[in-house]
Design a protein around this ligand. Structure first.
Ligand code: NAP
Length: 311
């Protein structure tokens, strides 16, 4: 009997996903009925992305073996008490590549002072070469699928990279730290801070008045992680005092970022509209299909969320 796979990730996404998912399921040798509607008690797997404000009720999905998220971040579903099945998040080569491109582009932009060069087309010949990457220490907060890939890419460009994670890590070429003391060590030396942490109660307002104060004066922040990581009032104060020289923000507590928010017009802030990295059906469909294959074969699922840790 074919497995019933319910695509519950929104009608607008379905046209982009249907073809890649059908192909990936066939490539993985999975006999499945991929549908957008089904009686809940017939559904074996749910392919899921949050939509709307109402949390879904998973209670009627009595035979569902796993919920397979299309997003890397799971803060909108991880606390859902009706979800008793395993929850998997997305780790997708296309998504990772997008994040590496976003982070390296914005690090290089800040490192080379490209904004100032673009503003300075006034006929004056100000011959001053920028520092080399080796003189620009970078803090990577979060060393997971995305943080580690971005850190490795920056190391490849010659930047000294200090990484910070919840648990102790050992990654080639990266000075790894963890815990509160590790955070201070990393921030105290960082000229550019990249935040690639999940939204959990533990990461809420991680960058606040105290921790921003640990940075060298004028350091820059790049946040493609989640809006909750930054205490916005503290960041605005740090930008006003010059403690933080520049902030590039892709994610916000409220999205879309409301018109009139101080970030929009701030001369030291670049707002990007949550476009740092997107799950790409062409590569991610294979991850979903592999997890369905594993689920049916009784094998451990890939990228299962630790519900206790919240990511
Ligand atoms: P991941 O693989 O789960 O990695 C998360 C990292 O954060 C891990 O290194 C983890 O430490 C660390 N961490 C978690 N809680 C921590 C804490 N309390 N203290 C210190 N470190 C902590 O996640 P990912 O795939 O790299 O994605 C990271 C985040 O990027 C996602 O959660 C999502 O919010 C965001 N994201 C944004 C976009 C965008 O377009 N802007 C796109 C995709 C994802 P351990 O290694 O010790 O577990």
């Amino acid at each position: 009997m074919n497995a019933v796979v319910l695509f519950a990730a929104g009608a607008t996404r379905w046209p982009h996903w249907e073809g890649p998912l059908r192909k990936a399921l066939a490539d993985a040798g999975v006999a499945a009925d991929l549908v957008t509607e089904a009686a809940p008690e017939r559904v074996d797997f749910i392919v899921y992305a949050p939509s709307g404000d109402t949390p879904p009720d998973f209670t009627p999905f009595t035979r569902c073996r796993a919920v397979l998220g299309l997003w890397a971040g799971v803060e909108r579903i991880v606390g859902n008490s009706t979800l008793t099945q395993p929850l998997c998040r997305m780790v997708d080569p296309g998504l990772t590549q997008g994040m590496v491109e976003y982070v390296t582009a914005h690090v290089l932009r800040l490192h080379l002072g490209i904004d100032a060069l673009l503003r300075a087309q006034d006929g004056r010949w100000n011959h001053e070469a920028p520092a080399l990457a080796g003189d620009r220490p970078i803090a990577m907060l979060g060393l997971g699928a995305l943080g580690a890939a971005c850190a490795q890419a920056l190391v490849g460009l010659g930047f000294p990279v200090m990484g910070w994670s919840r648990r102790r890590k050992d990654l080639p070429g990266i000075e790894c730290h963890h815990g509160r003391a590790g955070l201070k060590t990393v921030l105290k030396r960082a000229q550019i801070v990249v935040t690639l942490l999940p939204a959990t109660p533990q990461t809420e307002n991680l960058l606040n008045t105290e921790t921003l104060g640990w940075l060298p004066h004028g350091a820059a922040i790049i946040n493609p992680g989640r809006g909750n990581l930054i205490d916005d009032t503290a960041l605005l104060a740090a930008l006003a005092s010059g403690q933080v020289g520049q902030a590039t923000l892709d994610v916000f507590r409220v999205e879309p970022l409301p018109q009139g928010h101080p970030y929009w017009q701030h001369p030291k802030v670049t707002v990007t509209p949550h476009i740092a990295a997107e799950t790409r059906p062409a590569t991610a469909a294979a991850v979903i299909a592999e997890n369905i294959r594993r689920g049916l074969a009784g094998q451990p699922l890939l990228h299962q969320v630790d519900r206790q840790a919240g990511y």
